[in-house]
Design a binder for this molecule. Structure first.
Ligand code: NAD
Length: 486
């Protein structure tokens, strides 16, 4: 096997456990590259105890001291971009360019966390004569984060650096499909000087997630994954009186007008739907064509063919997911949709392994049928086109989606762009941009069934999630002049 068997990381050490193990396949080749333990409540309990023991010393450091360790870690990331990207490429399948971009994003997220001492400074005010009130950000204690397969490095960096900078100790649960990357994260945090027990990793699947939601010592849980699981996690964690922020799936709508810039729109939409083989929660999923946008659709069909599977486009994460996508395309065709580009028939790059889980880009046109496009998340390089008679109708169609991660407008008309931005029911809006991910210091988070819980998962908006405000009111001397609250 290319990689050692994955082990849990508890109290600064990789530990073996007797649990059943699961194979980790590379979607590039379909072959086993490692194995991962399916841990239990007992393993979560060990990790929580390590985190709890580490908490007094870690939370007792100043935030400037903690951020020095994150600066060291950021430097290690910078020195190891290629090595980390190669692991992501192997276990997730994304292209090396995409994997490098993912690590670079993790660096940006770590830089934000390094700046927390400059941001989370609290406030002070003399509230009555001789009486001062000040606030400070106090950590919560032991917290946990549960991750999906599609960004095995970036998504843990949405949460871990900020949670650590604010003084928490953490238990991380990677996706069982992509656990090797998090192993490297553990090694590098230790190398950066993070004290033992502050960062722990427990591998596995449903049992580990349930143990995290149930463990009485875990104060807050972040989750990123599909909507059905986000709902389960949110309900279970909050019913156990924990804070929870659970990000779910998406189906992102693009409202496209005939005046949109042809070249820019087609290239951006193609890159959005095909990047990471459409396995991004911000990927373009549905075009709502307002009027005749056929030139843009034709150009889009040309552009997507540049995303050759195995060269510019990665495989699907698993054989099963690929089969689900093929079934979705076949069902759409049976229901009268027209396949403008059919990803079931494609040519791989000659370098690509024929056993990899590849699928070509697919464009499904529903415009000429009465059948309604299903509102489920597809999560692959599959783009659907529907139509609306007006921008108002397009916005109301977007509102019918249960999700609300991203929505975009493609137009040269500023007033229409503003109308879409104001009225679309989504947390992240793009104007002539296919992947409207807000970069630091702006925060990331959707609406509706794309997110359960308050606040966003990154940026300033996340600081409140990983901390609690302490209010200190003090008086040191009797004043000659007083007021009604002195
Ligand atoms: P998933 O929901 O299958 O798994 C996510 C995590 O939940 C994994 O760690 C997994 O082990 C665990 N899990 C799976 N089933 C479970 C169950 N029944 N009970 C408890 N835990 C369970 O998601 P995935 O396939 O790994 O990732 C893809 C999904 O994540 C897509 O839906 C995508 O849209 C979403 N996603 C959303 C965002 C966002 O920001 N909203 C970002 C990235 C990915």
């Amino acid at each position: 096997m290319k990689y050692q068997d994955v082990r849990n990381f508890i109290n600064g050490e990789f530990v073996s456990c007797d649990n059943k193990r699961m194979d980790v396949d590379s979607p590039l080749t379909g072959s086993v590259i490692s194995t991962v333990p399916l841990s239990s409540y007992h393993d979560v309990d060990l990790a929580v105890n390590a985190a709890k023991n580490a908490f007094p010393a870690w939370s007792g450091m100043t935030s400037k001291m903690r951020s020095q360790i994150l600066y060291n870690y950021r430097q290690l990331l910078e020195e190891n971009v290629e090595m980390l990207a190669a692991i992501i490429h192997d276990e997730n399948g994304k292209t090396m360019d995409e994997a490098i971009a993912e690590v670079r994003k993790s660096i940006e997220l770590t830089e934000f966390a390094c700046s927390i001492p400059q941001i989370a400074v609290g406030e002070v005010l003399e509230v009555s004569i001789g009486v001062e009130c000040r606030t400070e950000y106090a950590p919560l204690g032991v917290v946990a984060c549960i991750n999906p397969f599609n960004f095995p490095h970036m998504v843990p960096h949405w949460t871990v650096p900020n949670a650590l900078a604010l003084g928490n100790c953490i238990v991380v649960k990677p996706s069982e499909l992509t656990p090797v990357t998090t192993t490297k994260m553990a090694e590098m945090l230790k190398q950066a000087g993070l004290p033992d027990g502050v960062f722990n990793v427990v591998n596995g699947a449903k049992d580990v997630v349930e143990a995290i939601c149930d463990h009485p010592e875990i104060k807050a849980v972040s989750f990123v994954g599909s909507t059905p699981v986000a709902q389960i996690v949110y309900r279970r964690a909050t019913s156990n009186l924990k804070r929870c922020l659970a990000l779910g799936g998406a189906k992102n709508h693009l409202i496209v007008l005939p005046d949109a810039n042809l070249e820019l729109s087609a290239a951006d939409i193609a890159a959005s739907m095909c990047g990471s083989a459409g396995q991004r929660c911000m990927a373009a999923s549905v075009m709502i064509a307002v009027g005749n946008v056929n030139p843009i659709v034709e150009k889009l069909c040309e552009e997507v063919l540049k995303f050759i599977p195995g060269k510019k486009m990665p495989p699907i994460i698993s054989r099963q997911s690929r089969e689900n996508l093929v079934a979705y395309i076949t069902e759409a065709e049976k229901n009268g949709a027209v396949l403008l580009v059919d990803g079931r028939q494609f040519s791989n790059d000659e370098q690509a392994d024929p056993n990899g889980y590849y699928l070509g880009p697919t464009i499904i046109d529903w415009r000429h049928t009465d059948a309604k496009m299903p509102y489920q998340e597809v999560f692959g390089p599959v783009f659907e086109i529907i139509s609306a008679k007006s921008v108002e109708e397009a916005i109301s169609v977007q509102h019918e989606s249960p999700f609300g991660n991203a929505a975009s407008a493609f137009t040269q008309n500023g007033a229409i762009a503003k109308m879409v931005a104001q009225n679309a029911s989504a947390g992240m809006i793009g104007i002539n941009i296919g992947v409207p991910v807000p970069r630091e210091p702006f925060s990331f988070g959707g609406w509706n069934a794309s997110k359960f819980g308050a606040g966003d998962i990154t940026g300033k908006s996340s600081l409140g999630f990983w901390s609690q405000l302490k209010k200190v009111t003090s008086k040191w001397a009797k004043q000659e002049i007083t007021d009604w609250m002195s």
